[in-house]
Design a protein around this ligand. Structure first.
Ligand code: SF4
Length: 332
């Protein structure tokens, strides 16, 4: 008999697990990481592939069917295709996706595809080399574009471009990026800047809103029409160009929070469970696993974590407290 689903006290069913496989990264986006002196978790504290696979198998027994592999930058984790192969072999996983900055994609697009990965989100905020350098502190735009070419050639299904929309910085990039996505059959997704950076740079005035971007694209490219979300619990609200030129997604966490439908839970690279990107507390599943706990104990820890989930982030309220962990050590 199937185990009851993972439901929180607001009645939200959780079937989507985000697994961070490392907190390390090969670029330094200013809205995520400090340029220098980044505190990374010691390697011994990072879950190994057996532990990740074991946790995922326990999670799928409780109804998890969607899996997203994240980081830091997941492609810097050695032998990542071997982990993808293990996860792709779990029959209950209906959707296996990965978010990457694309810098190592020229070499890894094919091995990851052969290992069973079919969905990619590539983080790209600009097509301008100077601004790429300014945002990421690395001169790797060329590699990311090569990586996208490789991913297209290999045959990944819907490749999405995740662009973080920081105001007074990326406005010149919005239309060129959207055009590039249209021309290449990618789906551009604009993400409102969230208070998750390691240096507390965030404030509301730096948020280029989804509505502002929709207006910009409708004016400059073609009118955007909302389309019914294939999965209303997915974070992005979907639009399509009236001229049939494809789709665009908007993750408006700040101006249009979607916590009411949240179905996501996160596992950090060092084995902590987080019921929300902005959670101020987390539970330690690694300690339990390394103490020799049985699968049932891990399952009940997962259940308790979901049961204790809050209603949603409080970014728009005076009582908002930024999580103690920055984005790179949580995962997208
Ligand atoms: S902010 Fe937290 S509760 Fe809201 S959608 Fe994101 S993960 Fe879910």
């Amino acid at each position: 008999m199937a185990a009851p689903p993972l439901v929180d006290s607001f009645g939200r069913i959780h079937d989507n697990l985000r697994v961070s496989v490392t907190d390390r990264c090969n670029i330094r986006c200013f809205y995520c990481m400090p340029e220098t002196n980044v505190q990374f978790v010691r390697r011994a504290e990072i879950l190994d592939f057996e532990e990740i696979e074991r946790f995922v198998r326990v999670a799928v027994s409780l109804g998890i069917t969607k899996l997203r592999v994240t980081g830091g930058e997941p492609l810097v984790r050695r032998d990542l295709p071997a982990l993808i192969r293990r996860l792709a072999a779990i029959p209950e996983i209906q959707d296996l996706a990965l978010t990457t900055n694309g810098v190592l994609l020229p070499e890894l697009a094919a091995p990851l595809y052969e290992a069973g990965l079919r969905r990619l989100n590539v983080h790209l905020d600009t097509l301008d080399r100077e601004r790429f350098l300014r945002i990421t502190r690395r001169d790797d735009l060329g590699r990311v574009l090569l990586g996208l070419e490789a991913a297209k050639r290999v045959g990944y299904a819907r490749i999405k471009l995740n662009a973080v929309a920081v105001k007074d910085l990326v406005e010149p990039d919005i239309v060129p990026l959207a055009r590039y996505a249209r021309e290449n059959g990618f789906e551009a997704r604009f993400i409102e800047f969230m208070p998750l950076d390691a240096q507390n740079l965030w404030d509301r005035s730096k948020v280029l809103t989804a509505d502002e971007i929709i207006a910009m694209l409708s004016r400059e490219i073609a009118p955007l029409v909302p389309v019914p979300d294939p999965d209303p619990r997915a974070p992005a609200s979907e639009y399509e160009y009236a001229d049939g030129g494809g789709r665009v997604g908007f993750i408006a966490s700040v101006t249009k929070p979607f916590c009411g439908n949240c179905n996501r839970i996160r596992l950090t690279a060092d084995g902590k469970l987080r019921y929300c990107l902005f959670a101020l507390e987390e539970t330690d599943v690694k300690a339990l696993m390394r103490a020799g706990a049985a699968d049932e104990e891990i399952a009940s820890l997962l259940r308790r974590t979901v049961a204790g989930k809050w209603e949603g982030h409080a970014i728009n309220s005076a009582k908002f407290v930024a999580p103690p962990r920055p984005m790179y050590s949580i995962g997208g």
